[in-house]
Design a protein around this ligand. Structure first.
Ligand code: 2AM
Length: 171
């Protein structure tokens, strides 16, 4: 199974982001994310044996984090990855801690998590050319009160995602 941990926006926020992505895509070409596929990756496990699923769930259950908000304040194009993403100007401290604690717990459980630092970003367009300008972002509300373990299935139409487990954040 191809697995990752992520934050998922509420349907209204996802719809607003998808609408923005469709507008931005006129500038950049490429493939805009479907509303139901929009997420922020916290930790990417990649191909994982079925037998290791419960170890990943136990590791995630050990993580503590206060609920907070994810501000969506900037939209950027990354040339190297050819993506357009949106995210906060500065990653909120609780989210930095959540990603770091999750990564540590997963590593202690024997998962090989990549060393590259966490950069909170929500990919909205893939295979995107550099835009002259991106449309202004709408005002969005993305409360972070849980994180998810998600299975990614690749197909010709792109990735589809199945939520395997939810981890509520407590105070
Ligand atoms: P991306 O949006 O920056 O491409 C599901 O595939 C999620 O996991 C995507 O959000 C993707 O991030 C991330 N992802 C895919 N492959 C990855 C990898 N090899 N390392 C880290 N994150 C990855």
């Amino acid at each position: 199974m191809r697995l990752f941990f992520a934050l998922w926006p509420a349907p209204g926020t996802a719809a607003a982001l998808a609408l923005w992505a469709a507008k931005a895509q006129r500038e950049t070409g490429g493939r805009a994310a479907r509303a139901e596929a929009i997420h922020l990756t916290l930790a990417f496990l990649g191909e994982t044996e079925d037998a290791r699923l419960s170890a990943a769930i136990d590791a995630a259950r050990s993580v503590r984090c206060a609920p907070h908000a994810l501000p969506i304040e900037q939209a950027r194009h990354w040339k190297r990855q050819s993506i357009v993403w949106v995210g906060p100007n500065e990653t909120p401290a609780p989210l930095v801690a959540l990603a770091a604690d999750l990564k540590s717990a997963l590593m202690r459980a024997g998962f090989a998590i990549e060393a590259r630092p966490f950069e909170a970003h929500v990919t909205l367009i893939r295979k995107a050319r550099a835009p002259r300008a991106l449309p202004p972002l709408p005002v969005l509300d993305w409360p972070v009160d849980e994180f998810l373990l998600v299975r990614s299935t690749l197909s010709n139409e792109g990735s589809s995602y199945t939520i395997l487990e939810r981890f509520p954040l407590g105070a």
